[in-house]
Ligand binder design. Sequence first.
Ligand SMILES: Cc1cc2nc3c(=O)[nH]c(=O)nc-3n(C[C@H](O)[C@H](O)[C@H](O)COP(=O)(O)O)c2cc1C
Length: 365
Amino acid sequence: MTKNNRTVDVFSPFDLGSVHLPNRVVMAPMTRNRAGPGDVPGQISVTYYVQRASAGLIITEGTQVSAQGQGYARTPGIYSDAQVAGWKTVTDAVRSAGGRIFLQLWHVGRISHPSVQPNGAVPVAPSALKPAGQIPTAQGLQDFVTPRALTTAEVATVVEEFRRGAACAKRAGFDGVELHGANGYLIDQFLRDKTNRRNDRYGGSALNRARFLIEVVEAIVGEWGAERVGVRLAPTNPFNDIADSNPAATFSVVVNELNRFGLGYLHIVEPLPTDPIAAGEKPDIRFFRRIWRGALMGNKGYDLARANTALREGTVNLVSFATLFLANPDLPERFRRGAALNAPDRPTFYKGGEKGYIDYPPIGG
Ligand SMILES: Cc1cc2nc3c(=O)[nH]c(=O)nc-3n(C[C@H](O)[C@H](O)[C@H](O)COP(=O)(O)O)c2cc1C
């Protein structure tokens, strides 16, 4: 890894295995709820991603690997032939525009609602624990329901769904995949002990709680090879009513297990000062730099100056930007020119059709 390299900045190229990135300004995964019927990405999403093809790497919005893995309306899937064909139009267009694109593989677990589940079933989770709060649905905000705990045998079925999703992503022409292990969704629900109270081999010790993630990574790596696979983790993010009694202890075990694969990168949603940490060291980005043996991508609240500092210090190899990329389709060029940035329009983050999706102006537009 590059350490204390004064010459590295966001404009430096980076070789992610055999994928050559012309810069280190990564577009972070963002759910935008604009998929068409059948949860197929349509022409509007082709336009959205092509507009952002100057990113060193695009990571798509979270994309469910099964109908059961869906939590919100109009999020795209990667399990039907129509979804594969829809995504193929996206990857072809991004590639023609000179870009690179990884698909984020997603299963929401308990962060769902019967109104988006097959046959109105209750969602599944490691344990039958109802999240606090409400979820946006087509009928407005509704209370979460108590999920059903996956049986030990069913866990293998979900691993297989991730494997199939990864295989579908390959058919759809992606450059690689990122596994969504962050932000309180299914994999994170297994990792952190507030949401995992299982007493089979997937619960209890940190190693047992990491087992589901590791089995999924093994399955995906089997389809793609390790260097085309990234994993995203959020060790302290409390979003979706999740916590761990000692995140540094849990995530050092997780990273130790992941180290043996030689993955393309580890992507960290970094702790905020306000994230509650019950016990143990704060697992900040430096903590991961010490224990992770590979490319490290930082995320959360970065601007150009902070990204360049972290890259020069060698704390990270890549930085992802979510809200800044959402509002600035030409973000690398704006950084290069020191141009003003468009402000993100929050009311259209998760709805609004073309508005707030494909109508952010380029520089001078
Ligand atoms: C509209 C929106 C949708 C998001 N959807 C996802 C998602 O699908 N998958 C994911 O891992 N993170 C998702 N996130 C989190 C972002 O990737 C990122 O971690 C967060 O916004 C902090 O980065 P930023 O400070 O650069 O905005 C989303 C964030 C936003 C604003």
